[in-house]
Write a protein that binds this ligand. Structure first.
Ligand SMILES: NC(=O)c1ccc[n+]([C@@H]2O[C@H](COP(=O)([O-])OP(=O)(O)OC[C@H]3O[C@@H](n4cnc5c(N)ncnc54)[C@H](O)[C@@H]3O)[C@@H](O)[C@H]2O)c1
Length: 369
């Protein structure tokens, strides 16, 4: 006999906001002025989250001083992936709670992807969802992490294991922040720009190939344009599939490999974007092995990756001395959130702007590691 049952039908549960506004600035001064001009009253409940390194940047320091005068709460988290912990999410939540902030308060992430992911997670949890604004300060967060509502922190040995989907109300972009970024972090972000170009923007791919010098020199005009193109391309995909059931999975090009590398090397050893660049190379090698893409396209991408100094070797130097590095990478890949039980999912390409999502067996994975 069948048990009695009843199905509840809900309208979709709202994510903190139904719209995200992207605003682009040329100068950080204009961005900060605009930011405060949108909060008309001085007694708004605002909690600004940043990290120790960013808080020391000259233009940010001034902004934080003004923010304090306007009674904003400032939370400064130690810098780096190693601090992307649930404990630090709790630090943010405890601050808002200790100040008695209502659910109408605004969490403002001022930083790279580590800060925006954690601050967005805190915002989504605070009294079941507060307001969220993001001011990305790294190339990686401007071109990728700040957009699309994925929040999270690392847990145990695995990346981004705890998280929610919670898009920001407003995201403020400005390439001037990138002047102070270290070379390592700049190239980490550039990998996500290359990824987006491969997925959605042939012209940007060509520009990255032809204008290498200007890109390496952080030409403001090129960066402004590239950031705009990448953030809008990602937004268009996310609009169609916020919870990553379908087309959004394309954005994970290189990421199954990258997350495994980051996990095996230890968080923070290989910058996220550099792991992604290596992962893109491995994904293209796999695409070639499985007959999806031509040798010409694989070589074209390898050439671009090498032009910017990314690793295209099967096993990167950071883990080459580990015993069974390849097997360890595969074990880590099995934990990837995109997988269906018993399968490992990869984003591969047939060519520029031509992407496929498939499950691949271990034999094929071993061939590229
Ligand atoms: N939510 C998403 O969709 C998404 C997408 C991609 C990556 N991510 C996450 O993003 C994180 C990586 O982000 P990231 O690369 O921005 O790292 P990050 O936030 O750790 O920043 C990198 C370093 O740069 C410093 N920094 C930031 N801005 C600076 C500036 N303007 N000048 C000088 N130094 C500055 C930071 O203090 C830090 O030391 C990872 O945790 C990854 O999982 C999230």
């Amino acid at each position: 006999m069948e048990n009695e049952s009843y199905t509840l039908n809900f309208k979709s549960v709202p994510h903190g906001t139904e719209t995200s506004k992207l605003i682009y600035f040329k100068k950080t001064k204009d961005l900060f002025e605009f930011f405060w001009s949108t909060f008309r009253r001085n007694y708004e409940e605002i909690i600004i989250v940043t990290d120790e390194k960013i808080a020391e940047l000259k233009n940010v320091k001034e902004f934080l001083e003004i923010s304090k005068e306007k009674h904003a709460e400032i939370v400064t988290i130690p810098t780096g992936e190693i601090n992307k912990t649930f404990d630090n999410v709790l630090v943010m939540l405890n601050r808002a709670l200790s100040k008695g902030f209502s659910r109408r308060c605004t969490f403002v992430a001022l930083g790279g992807g580590v800060i925006s992911d954690m601050c967005a997670l805190a915002s989504s949890l605070y009294k079941r969802g507060a307001q969220l604004q993001i001011i990305p300060t790294t190339l990686l967060s401007m071109s990728d992490a700040a957009i699309g509502g994925k929040t999270g922190c690392d847990y145990g040995a695995y990346k981004n294991m705890l998280g929610t989907f919670y898009p920001a109300n407003t995201i403020y972009f400005c390439p001037e922040f990138l002047d102070s970024l270290s070379k390592k972090e700049y190239y980490s972000g550039l990998a996500e720009v290359i990824k987006t170009a491969m997925l959605y923007d042939k012209d940007l791919f060509e520009l990255l190939k032809s204008d290498t010098r200007k890109v390496k020199d952080r030409d403001e005009v090129i960066l402004y344009d590239a950031i705009k193109k990448c953030s809008i391309a990602k937004s268009r995909i996310v609009e169609q599939d916020i919870t990553e059931k379908d087309i959004r999975r394309q954005l994970n090009l290189g990421h199954t490999f990258a997350h495994a590398l980051e996990s095996v090397a230890g968080f923070g050893v290989v910058p996220h974007g550099c792991a992604v660049a290596w992962g893109i190379g491995r994904a293209l090698e796999m695409s070639l092995n499985l007959g999806y893409c031509s040798k010409e396209y694989r070589d074209d991408v390898f050439e671009l990756l090498e032009l910017y100094g990314y690793c295209t070797k099967a096993i990167p130097d950071e883990i080459k001395n580990l015993e069974d590095a390849g097997a360890r990478l595969i074990e880590a890949m099995k934990q990837d959130k995109k997988n269906e039980p018993g399968k490992i999912c990869f984003i591969l390409q047939k060519g520029l702007e031509d992407t496929v999502i498939i499950n691949v067996d271990e034999k094929q994975i071993k061939k590229v590691l």
